[in-house]
Write a protein that binds this ligand. Sequence first.
Ligand code: T3D
Length: 257
Amino acid sequence: TYSTITLEIAEDIALLRLDRPDRMNALNAQMRAEILDAVTDAGKAARVLVMTGNGRAFCAGQDLSDAGNVAALDLERVLRDEYAPMLHAIWECPIPTIAAVNGVAAGAGANLALAADVAIAAESASFIQAFTRIGLMPDAGGTYWLPRQMGAAKAMGAALFAEPISARDASDWGMIWEAVPDMEFEATWRARAAHLASGPTEAYRHLKTALRGTWDAHADAQLDTEARLQGACAQTRDFREGVVAFLDKRKPGFEGR
Ligand code: T3D
């Protein structure tokens, strides 16, 4: 059992809730370890993973109250030994991952959301690259994902100004998949999770490998990767079912294998 998060797995959906609402779900060492563990488990036991926050925030980033003597905190070690394995587990999770961003996502909390495959945000949520406010630079994958998702100009501005970016702007700029009116937020992410949980899980796994591997690949190498991974998709029962269902003019019943 966990003390800083909760994890429920039902109907092939793993629901991970960051659960330190009085600290705006700020990340401490315990929470990083628990997220790593839960994401690893979810990847084996479910067909989609949703991460969201309890209370009014998604995640306020590094727990600054934990630091005690902040100057004595070895940030380099914490990033290497605690943040990197957690983020790696999310990037490499074999099932689709959704960040359901219910409220403010600041610092490493913003970049935790970007580590998921798709981020769906409530319209009242915002994203803050808060780091420079406290004399730091973006970390937790921010310098990797931000320019790739919204382009170099917006990424640099987000990092330098550390202003809240509304969910709507984040969506318009390509930082997240969609911003949803607050009233429809939970129904939307639940419907999207259910859609993915009943989808062709192996095709999702392979497309994640192809899309995430694209950044440093040559076009010809990417064609080769696509051929190899599509070959694997074509071996699945879900592919056969997809084609038969298409010809029968009915919805496919994917089993995830
Ligand atoms: O360790 C390393 O290796 C370094 C890694 C760094 C990665 C990082 O994430 S650095 C960036 C750290 N995060 C921040 O700088 C964000 C700090 N928080 C804020 O800027 C604001 O709290 C928010 C914009 C997130 C929300 O603002 P608001 O006005 O809605 O709420 P609030 O009143 O500021 O916060 C509510 C409570 O949550 C408050 O506690 P209180 O006064 O009710 O007892 C506040 O102190 C607490 N809280 C918010 N963020 C954090 C936090 N407590 C600890 N750590 C936090 N990050």
